[in-house]
Design a protein around this ligand. Structure first.
Ligand code: FPP
Length: 266
């Protein structure tokens, strides 16, 4: 993974349409479609996951170069255990191998890597690779890569609720003190702002138990492109689409109170 810009004519052209002052600072990605990509090519699903790793590397570099600060990717959901054990084992080995191979470069790029989810069911060898990667990169400042593994949004919310209930039971906090800020501080993503943009590849129009709390106001970009075919050009298209949105957070950006009365009460 290198932070060198991958300049092609197409992404140079698209870069001109991007407002550098409005780059989403936190982007979440559901990297979907690895299996379908491989099957369409008559290949085993594992080929899709391998190609998916290369795409992830390209997108980390592209987002860092663009000025985004945090990328949160869904690599393995709590539901993924229901896949055939061969595929689960393949993915677990892939995570370990990729990290072993790439961690020094990730570190040299000043990327802080964090694994979000319940790591307890993973084999000890993988757990120690993940822990080493986190501790090696913990002081890096330029970019945060959150990799969600054995992650589920509902499970995360239940865990936060349990922590809060426990703190209330022991008197550490009062029930009246529970608010969104406190709840946020019990989530696995504590300390980072919510994603402004969610990208989902492969055309499915679902959130699939990903960052349920954090995506409350995120813009959602869905593309039919399968994750192994996703690239910097597709990524820039998502940013351009995001920048065309009018983010109102439930309000009405273009109307002041006065103009509301003019428009509706005359
Ligand atoms: C979804 O495609 C993808 C996954 C379940 C795995 C994603 C993992 C990677 C891209 C590797 C990441 C590696 C590291 C080290 C973080 P799918 O298998 O659900 O595809 P399908 O919907 O077409 O079956």
């Amino acid at each position: 993974m290198s932070s060198k810009k991958i300049i092609t004519e197409r992404n140079l052209e698209l870069s001109k349409d991007i407002d550098k002052r409005r780059i989403p600072q936190h982007i979440a990605i559901i990297m979907d479609g690895n299996g379908r990509w491989a099957t369409k090519k008559g290949l085993p699903r594992s080929f899709g996951h391998n190609k998916g790793v290369n795409v992830l590397k390209e997108i980390i570099t592209a987002s860092k170069n663009l000025g985004c600060r945090v990328l949160t990717v869904f690599a393995f959901s709590t539901e993924n255990w229901t896949r055939p054990s061969k595929e689960v084992d393949y993915l677990i080995n892939l995570f370990g191998n990729v990290l072993r191979k790439e961690i020094e470069e990730i570190h040299s790029e000043s990327i802080k890597i964090k694994f979000i989810g319940d790591l307890s069911p993973f084999p000890e060898t993988l757990k120690s690779i993940l822990q080493r990667a986190e501790s090696l990169t913990q002081n890096n400042q330029d970019f945060i890569l959150n990799v969600c593994v054995n992650y589920g949004g509902r499970q995360e919310i239940v865990k936060a609720a349990k922590e809060i209930a426990l703190k209330s039971f022991t008197g550490e906090i009062k029930a009246s003190e529970v608010n969104e800020e406190l709840f946020n501080s019990e989530l696995l993503t504590k300390g980072v702002n919510d994603p402004e943009l969610l990208i989902r590849t492969s055309g499915e129009k679902r959130i699939s138990n990903f960052l349920l709390w954090q995506l409350a106001y995120s813009e959602i970009y869905i593309t039919d492109v399968l994750w192994p075919d996703f690239n910097e050009v597709e990524f820039l298209k998502a940013i351009i689409d995001y920048q065309s949105r009018n983010r109102r957070f439930g309000g009405i950006e273009s109307l002041s109170n006065e103009s509301f009365e003019d428009s509706y009460c005359s």
